[in-house]
Design a protein around this ligand. Structure first.
Ligand code: HEM
Length: 428
């Protein structure tokens, strides 16, 4: 993979900063952590809120103030490492992606200033209120249909299969402009994609995902070409219009790479948010009943889901220069693990942080979407999808409940958190 590649393999790690506590046990892949990261994070915040993880080779930040400090200084703490595979990719998978025509480049989350500012101007314009609002009727119609199919299938049903995975997929595909006729193969190619970069996968899984990534990249390349020849009213055509207006202000390769990255940024993470949200709400019947009785509570409930049970529990940065962070001198090259999950449970900001409370007044001050120049571009779209899904479920099926004694199985993932399956039941 080349230096400008979308994914880069990083082999260098900086040592622990002088005087900084070193932890030999912290592992985001450990089963206990996957089941409930918040118990361990609470303990870590109390014992050593900043520590160096021996296993990861990362400096770990758990307090909101430190995480925000890093997000706010993009020139000192670069985001260039955020799409790098956390664990080495096997030779067979690297070979699949080693073909000359697999050549997406870093464009958004892992691109640095000044290029990031230039590119974000175009993408932000594409995420206009008009374009997102125009999608709402589609999201509502498809969500209604998917929920109806799930109900018709009968209880118990796996929410992830019937609604959680397909709804955000179709939403982002329509936003990009992909035709509905391609949904089936698109859903196949984009499944389990987060596992490639942030997950713990077998070699066979890596090869399978790499093959799908290659197929999906090739599809994106031909789709961008088709939209260039026959523009439509979609995000991709809007990017291409920006490219045509000034070829250097947004290059053709950048357009291809944005389209490629967007379906990953906006698909599985929303699936996980929907499932985590239902787990939180249905685990406390009084809060689910409150939402059913008064759907006006849903917007704040969604913010509380993002705070208390976020689909993204961490993100990364790397120091570009020798600097001082949280009182420690850290050398250039230090990789930083920002524990968003922990910051969202920081007791100096959130009273009784582990309690899920849909009426929490400051729920919205969470950091689930990041902060600063890379703040999530799809936050509004994700929130709309969650609001609509909860509205429809609360209206259609207030008797909804979790299948009893269900043990959720979480994907072994360094950053993203959501159950593989979510079994729901209801009364007929
Ligand atoms: C609940 C759902 C979501 C969560 C929790 C989430 C979270 C995040 C986070 C933490 C970042 C990084 C911020 C930083 O580095 O400072 C980010 C960036 C980004 N997100 Fe999201 N995201 C979600 C949904 C979406 C959706 C639906 C889309 C697209 C439709 C999207 C597109 C992006 C893009 C393009 C970036 C990079 C922005 C940039 O670098 O300028 N996200 N998101």
């Amino acid at each position: 993979m080349s230096d400008t590649a979308y994914h880069k393999m990083r082999t260098d790690t900086a040592p622990a900063p002088k005087g900084c506590p070193v932890d030999h046990e912290f592992s985001p892949f450990a089963e206990d952590y996957l089941q409930d990261p918040y118990a361990e994070l609470e303990k870590l915040r109390g014992d050593a809120p900043v520590f160096y993880s021996e296993e990861l080779g990362y400096l770990v930040l758990t307090r909101m103030a430190d995480v925000v400090d890093v997000f706010r200084k993009p020139d000192i703490y670069s985001s260039e490492n955020v799409q790098d595979p956390v664990l080495p990719i096997c030779d067979a998978a690297a070979k699949v992606l080693g073909v000359p025509d697999y050549n997406p480049i870093a464009v958004m989350s892992n691109r640095q200033r000044p290029d990031h500012t230039r590119i974000r101007k175009h993408t932000q314009a594409g995420f206009s209120s008009r374009r997102i609002e125009a999608l709402e009727p589609f999201i509502r119609r498809r969500c209604e249909a998917m929920v109806d199919e799930m109900l018709a299938n009968g209880a118990p049903s796996d929410f992830v299969k019937w609604v959680g995975h397909p709804l955000p997929g179709e939403t982002i595909f329509r936003f990009i402009g992909f035709p509905e006729t391609d949904d089936k193969k698109l859903k196949e190619w984009t499944t389990n994609r987060l596992a490639f970069t942030w997950g713990k996968t077998t070699e066979a899984e890596q090869v399978d995902i790499a093959e799908k990534m290659l197929a999906y990249w090739r599809y994106c390349v031909s789709f961008v070409k088709a939209q260039h020849q026959a523009p439509a009213d979609d995000f991709t055509s809007e990017l291409l219009a920006g490219h045509d207006a000034d070829l250097d202000d947004l290059t053709y390769k950048e357009v291809e790479s944005i389209v490629y990255g967007l379906s990953f940024a906006g698909h599985e993470i929303v699936s996980n948010m929907l499932s985590n949200g239902l787990i939180s709400l249905l685990s406390d019947r009084t809060q689910w009943e409150a939402v059913c009785a008064d759907p006006g509570l849903i917007p704040n409930a969604v913010e509380e889901i993002l705070r208390c049970n976020s689909p993204q529990t961490s993100w990364r940065r790397v120091a570009t220069q020798d600097t001082e962070l949280a009182g420690y001198k850290i050398p250039a090259g230090t990789q930083i693990f920002l524990s968003l999950g922990s910051a969202n449970h920081d007791e100096t900001l959130f009273e009784d942080p582990r309690t899920f409370d849909i009426e929490r007044e400051n729920a919205k001050t969470h950091i689930a979407f990041g902060r600063g120049i890379h703040f999530c571009l799809g936050s509004r779209l994700a929130i709309i999808e969650a609001n609509i899904t909860l509205e429809i479920l609360a209206k259609k099926v207030p008797s909804l409940n979790l299948v009893k004694d269900q043990r959720f199985s979480y994907f072994p993932n360094f950053t993203f958190r959501g159950p593989k399956e979510l079994w729901l039941t209801w009364s007929a």
